[in-house]
Design a protein around this ligand. Structure first.
Ligand code: SF4
Ligand code: SF4
Length: 430
């Protein structure tokens, strides 16, 4: 869709400001009642979905021009989708998140580029990753694992490590554990090693749509050539790309997040969690596995007016309010670990507060990103948990950085780390 296709949404925003908060009936305290990190941090209306609708309308009406402030407003947003969930309460089923993606794409097409993003995209073009690293080192995380290289030997299941896990050494145990668990359970699993490339999702989030298409088409072609049937990833961004963005480009693979594959193995009796892990944890829903992880088919209907007044959609426009994201699977796994106590934060599932690593803000606005993660750690601490657990390397890295900045004692785990611990002792990340 083009930015102009969202004109009706821009014009119908009722200025109610629901997009700034967790829906009223879900609020448990004033302290944790906010939903949008961008407006909470910047405290100015333009930095909300409501404000961005107004900015976009003004731009397409040619009533305003690009300025540094406009760039700041457009890019200082985690694209977490909390506003999109809140917006589904509204009469018109508005889609601010899709509009904001289109707005970024428009700015990039018009040469309104953030220098921090440009450097990363430049490296992506040369080295196929978003971490400013070398392609030749991409497969180092799997050294000594004795796992098939899918380009040399066929395997039914491809494990995609993703950029963050491939290059962030502190997070290597998570992906090594994931592969080991699946291999030991008899799964015919392979990886791509140095031939794996970025999924393209984070380029898409930064507004570089062309880069995303290039990387997605390349991945689809390689998977087809290797005879892959199922793709598994521990990265929530990758999961989002493979389930929601790739199908638009003709991908038809089974895609599972590692937690979904682990739950399958537990249900099949191929994985048993028997060792006690005496720890109190709270679970952070990654935005791209949670509210943005629900099945999504872009609506391509028409709207019409009854009595020239009441707007209706034909065919009926689905309300994607995030309710069908991957929420129970991670919780089921955690609850099946002997001795582990799961305590919930106030904002969970489709109402979860973002970790602050998304939408290119960790790269361009590290202070905002760190503040957003610190807010989440404060919420986690309020539960009395000793550790915050998640299922995405980007969330885990941002939490580790925020904890280190604040000198906090909260531990960070991926679910896979705790699963491995319930099978045999595992080490804490740092
Ligand atoms: S919730 Fe939707 S309609 Fe209300 S102000 Fe925000 S964007 Fe506008
Ligand atoms: S995507 Fe997240 S940070 Fe951006 S406007 Fe919506 S709620 Fe705020």
């Amino acid at each position: 869709m083009a930015l102009e296709d969202f004109r009706p949404d821009m014009e119908r925003c009722s200025q109610c400001s629901y997009c700034k908060f967790v829906p009223l009936d879900q609020i448990k305290s004033r302290r944790f009642s906010k939903g949008c990190p961008s407006i909470a941090y910047n405290n100015f209306n333009a930095y909300s979905a409501r404000g961005r609708f107004a900015v976009a309308l003004s731009l397409i009406n040619k009533e305003s021009e690009y300025t540094e402030k406009v760039q700041d407003i457009v890019f200082k947003c985690c694209l977490c989708g909390s506003c999109d969930v809140a917006d589904k309460i509204c009469r018109y089923n508005l889609e601010p998140l899709q509009m904001m993606h289109e707005l970024r794409t428009r700015l990039v097409e018009d040469g309104q580029l953030l220098p921090q993003h440009m450097a990363i995209i430049d490296n992506l073009r040369k080295e196929d990753n978003m971490m400013m690293e070398k392609k030749a080192n991409r497969g180092d995380w799997a050294e000594g694992l004795d796992v098939k290289l899918i380009t040399k030997e066929p395997a039914e299941v491809l494990f995609h490590a993703g950029c963050r896990y491939s290059y962030d050494k502190a997070l290597w145990p998570t992906v090594r554990n994931a592969v080991t668990i699946m291999k030991n359970a008899g799964v015919n699993i392979g990886i791509m090693g140095n031939d794996e490339s970025c999924c393209g999702a984070r380029a898409y989030y930064m507004g570089y749509h062309g880069e995303f298409v290039k990387f997605a088409e390349n991945a689809i072609e390689m998977w087809k050539a290797a005879g892959v049937k199922t793709v598994v990833t521990s990265c929530a961004d990758g999961y989002h790309a493979f389930t929601r963005l790739y199908p638009r480009l003709g991908a038809h693979f089974e895609v599972l997040h590692t937690v979904q594959y682990i739950e399958r193995l537990i249900n099949q009796g191929k994985l048993k969690l028997t060792k006690t892990v005496p720890i109190r944890v709270t679970y952070h829903d990654p935005c791209h596995l949670g509210r943005q992880g629900e099945p999504y088919i872009p609506w391509e209907g028409k709207e019409k007016k009854i009595f020239n007044q009441v707007v209706v959609y034909e065919p009926r426009k689905p309300r994607y309010n995030g309710a069908w994201g991957v929420y129970e699977t991670p919780r089921n796994i955690l609850k099946s670990i002997p001795g582990l106590e799961l305590v919930e934060m106030e904002r969970i599932k489709e109402y979860a507060w973002c970790c602050g690593a998304g939408g290119g803000v960790k790269e361009a606005y590290p202070d905002f990103s760190n503040w957003t993660a610190t807010e989440r750690i404060e919420e986690a601490k309020s539960t009395g948990a000793e550790a915050i657990v998640s299922a995405c390397g980007w969330c885990e890295r941002n939490f580790l950085d925020a904890i280190s900045t604040a000198g906090d004692k909260m531990q960070v785990f991926d679910i896979v780390d705790l699963v491995k611990q319930a099978m045999q002792p595992a080490r804490r990340k740092g």
